[in-house]
Design a protein around this ligand. Sequence first.
Ligand code: B12
Length: 215
Amino acid sequence: MAGATLEELKQIVLDFDMDNAETVAKKAICEGLDPVECAQALTEGIREIGDKFESGEMFLPDLVCASEVVKNALPPITVEIEKQGKKTASHGKVIIGTVFGDIHSIGKSMVATLFFASGFEVVDLGINVKSEAFLKAVKEHNPDVIAMSALLTTTMMEQKNVIEGLKKENLRDKIKVIVGGSPINAEFAENIGADGYAATAPEGVKVVKKMLGIN
Ligand code: B12
């Protein structure tokens, strides 16, 4: 099987090439490309589509098609990231979800995969997760970390609601909170009382390891 390049991976998203997405991703993995870089190439593609949506050059169906391409291409890449992950003793447990009102799943799932591949136990609550559901999961699973994703300016304050809920239930001191998503930045994270922020999935793992004192 001939190989594929990172540029080709990005291009299948820009071309809305749903049919070849999985094949190109498999070729890239067979070629020995770094699976995290493969995921980043897909991210670059979908962000370009997002920018064109914002400037009015593209429309919602384009976002939907581009995200389907990414979803088709991701499974072989995710499997490889998990395979290459260092299966050491568990570094701890992470609960992750996209906040209430927000159905963006791709970035959250990438972050979940990288935590898993880096030796964390991961409880993925999915998308559109209500504050009460985060709190219920914290009581049930007793995690070390709660990781929240928000992609919309209209949903980012949900991250604060969860933190306030943790405080009300006297759970805040027992847990570290990391937040992310394209509208989030370090200043926002600090203002809402999170312990950390990261712009990318690999950075998120680094930040959490540092928070927990893991080398
Ligand atoms: C794909 C997409 C969709 C898909 C989502 C499909 C899916 N299953 O996820 C669909 C078509 C459904 C969609 C819908 C909508 N979308 Co949309 N979407 C996007 C798009 C193009 C890409 C998002 C994505 O998947 N990126 C790739 C991933 C890998 O990147 P990421 O999510 O940012 O995650 C990375 C980092 O942010 C970080 N990260 C993410 N979460 C976390 C969490 C933690 C803890 C950490 C540490 C790190 C971290 O790590 C990830 C990997 O490195 C963005 C554009 C953009 N620039 O973000 C718009 C965008 C987010 N969408 C937008 C909008 C407006 C909408 C809609 C409201 C459109 C509409 N009119 O209906 C709806 C909202 C629906 C809802 N209620 O949620 C706007 C938001 C504008 C704003 N400021 O609020 C954007 C920015 C597009 C734009 N430029 O205008 N969308």
